[in-house]
Design a binder for this molecule. Structure first.
Ligand code: AMP
Ligand code: MG
Length: 607
């Protein structure tokens, strides 16, 4: 039998925690920041704000616009803040001394079809009535064929560490930032096309994205949003008949696929790699300018005159990144390519490629078939987050006080006295708090998944034990938690687990399952002032019944490739309410055991 003292070891085995060290910024110190209200009613990305200045005069409108006339974007703030790449020609090159290059999107040659729209993004974020999406102008706009007045399409210069190696310049090789829209709540959203043609950053690429990867990005970014996880959003998906050549599994089998474009929406598209490229190329003043801009726009609680502002900024990113990864883990999401160029400075999920939701619980789950060594396996995401944050810390170094000799003194100092010491050394201290921040968030989320109130010294053990049982029995991660939310305490006590609880039946085959159930039931009894119905409701509201499993995305993609977008629309509809049982979803088998062919599915980096 597993003993409580094995908890730490077991948690490490399942790749969830590290040795603890104490973080400089405790959760308490973050309260004010986190509690500030977001003017954006429908956004889960409620931690970041923006300063006024992009006022287009639209913030007063109360009704949604029914035409694109008078609707406008602006690139003004970015252009005024940063000198653009002086080279105007669009050819692949190493770019220096700028953040953006102005480049026009390349419209498709063939007819373009709008195949999916997120009504919520269009209406709630962009103030457009969804009927506008049926107009020719809208389709031209979202396919890069019509540039709105005020919009100066920009491509962003960034670099990155890919699979642990600094690779230098990457940048928007197939994306164009069209500009920002300030909506009626005063929220500023940046609109970006993905798959819209070549740029100076395209390297060997063709600047395009194919339908299958675009369907996946469109569906998953919206799905994560409705799971309550910070993410970029997707407004629309268009497909063309332009041929795009792809060797999907890198085995010499090159095929023509159809080019597609997703209109993506985020408060900011800056990544860790946005800062890294400037630090690596010694462009310190531009680095300072960019961080100052990001702090001013998105971190208004950081006092711009404070000498510790870069440290505070780093502290925010450390905290929010740890929380984001804990949230991914709570729904079994593996990003797949956790390179520093794919990590957002606003800690939102960014750049959907070979991601995957794991079906059966497996800490070694690797969604990306191109990731031979499993660097980005699900159980390693938190470690990789720390690695990436360390790269970010190094990128900030040119702006920090280099008094490293104070390091040892600081370790002995009470936290409150730290202000007088080296900022750079403190950045290391902040990073040392990352495992604890992650662990705290992880426990908060998983305790909620089990419906637990309060604190018990054996809670980690209880959670780790269940995960180990699931691992041993290859039980479905999502449905085990969901079915624990649906089953009554009485049924659990009576060990009466009927067929509808198929994932729980799998776990129940484990010889230690009864032991765990007894621990769980006695822990639930410590939830005073609780009814079983309340527990189930609570658990159902955090344990999704529907996630975007690979087999579901694949089924929708196969149909899309035959011009049938019905399953894309169905998934969109279902995943908008992942916590509610829905008739259509049940008919489609979305809560059933994944079909055997799901295990054969492979997703590569090719997109
Ligand atoms: P990703 O793996 O999608 O995050 O992309 C990594 C880098 O490769 C980024 O700089 C992308 O802009 C670039 N990239 C990916 N696919 C293409 C493509 N088809 N054409 C041009 N650049 C691309
Ligand atoms: Mg990327």
């Amino acid at each position: 039998m597993l003993k409580p003292d094995m908890t730490m070891k077991m948690m490490m085995i399942v790749g969830l925690i590290w040795e603890s060290t104490v973080g400089i910024f405790s959760r308490g110190e973050r309260t004010e920041f986190e509690a500030a209200s977001d003017p954006e009613c429908n956004s889960v990305d409620s931690r970041h704000y923006f300063a006024d200045g992009d006022n287009l005069g639209y913030s007063q409108i109360n009704r949604k616009r029914i035409s694109m006339d008078l609707w406008n974007l602006t690139s003004q703030k970015l252009i005024e803040s940063f000198q653009l790449d002086p080279i105007k020609e669009n050819y692949v090159r190493q770019v220096r001394d700028c953040i953006f290059s102005a480049v026009q999107p390349e419209p498709f040659k063939s007819t373009v079809k709008l195949v999916a729209v997120s009504k919520e993004v269009v209406e709630d974020l962009l103030d457009l009535d969804v009927s506008v999406t049926e107009t020719k102008k809208f389709i031209q706009f979202v396919s890069g064929a019509w540039i709105l007045p005020g919009s100066v399409p920009l491509t962003h210069r960034y670099g990155g560490h890919q699979f642990g190696v600094w690779v230098g310049q990457l940048g928007d090789g197939r994306a164009h930032l069209l500009g920002a829209y300030v909506n009626r709540h005063g929220a500023r959203w940046e609109l970006q096309l993905k798959g819209s043609g070549k740029t100076p950053y395209s390297r060997d690429g063709d600047g395009r994205a194919v339908l299958r990867s675009s369907v996946r990005e469109f569906l998953c970014s919206e799905a994560l949003n409705y799971l309550g996880i910070p993410t970029t959003r997707a407004a629309s998906l268009v497909v063309s008949n332009d041929d795009v050549k792809r060797d999907q599994f890198y085995n010499g089998n090159v095929k023509n696929e159809r080019g597609a474009i997703v209109l993506r929406v985020a408060k900011s598209w800056f990544r860790f790699g946005s800062l890294e490229i400037l630090a690596h190329s010694g462009e310190t003043e531009l680095l300072r300018k960019l961080i100052d801009f990001i702090i001013k726009q998105h971190f208004p609680l950081i006092n711009a005159t404070n000498s510790n502002k870069y440290l505070e900024f780093f502290s925010h990113v450390v905290t929010d990144t740890s929380y984001l990864i804990a949230q991914w883990m709570s729904v079994g999401f593996a990003h797949g390519v956790c390179n520093t160029d794919n990590f957002s400075l606003l800690s939102v999920t960014l750049d959907y490629g070979p991601f995957g939701f794991m079906d059966f619980y497996d800490p070694n789950f690797v969604p990306n078939t191109s990731d031979d060594e499993g660097r980005y396996k699900i159980g390693n995401q938190a470690n990789v987050g720390r690695y990436n944050l360390d790269k970010l810390r190094k990128a900030l170094n040119p702006l920090l006080d280099p008094k490293q000799q104070l390091f040892l003194i600081i370790q002995k100092c009470p936290v409150k006295q730290l202000d007088v010491y080296s900022i750079r050394t403190r950045a290391e201290q902040v990073l040392k708090g990352y495992p604890d921040l992650y662990q705290i968030k992880f426990m908060e989320l998983f305790k909620a998944k089990l419906g637990l109130f309060g604190r018990d010294k054996n809670d980690e053990y209880l959670i780790a034990y269940l995960l180990k049982l699931m691992e041993d029995t290859r039980a479905d991660f999502t449905m085990t938690f969901r079915q624990l939310s649906e089953i009554t305490q009485q049924q659990l006590e009576a060990h009466s687990i009927s067929e509808e609880y198929w994932a729980l039946q799998d776990v129940a085959r484990h010889t230690k399952f009864l032991y765990w159930v007894n621990l769980y039931l006695s822990r639930l009894k410590r939830n005073t002032v609780d009814s079983d119905e309340a527990r189930r409701n609570r658990m159902e509201s955090v344990n999704p019944r529907y996630i975007l499993r690979n087999w579901m995305a694949e089924s929708a993609i196969k149909k899309s490739e035959r011009n049938d977008f019905s399953e894309v629309h169905l998934l969109q509809k279902i995943l908008r309410h992942p916590f509610s049982k829905q008739v259509e979803a049940e008919e489609a088998g979305y809560s059933f055991r994944p079909p055997p062919w799901a295990r054969e599915l492979r997703v590569s980096c090719s997109s």
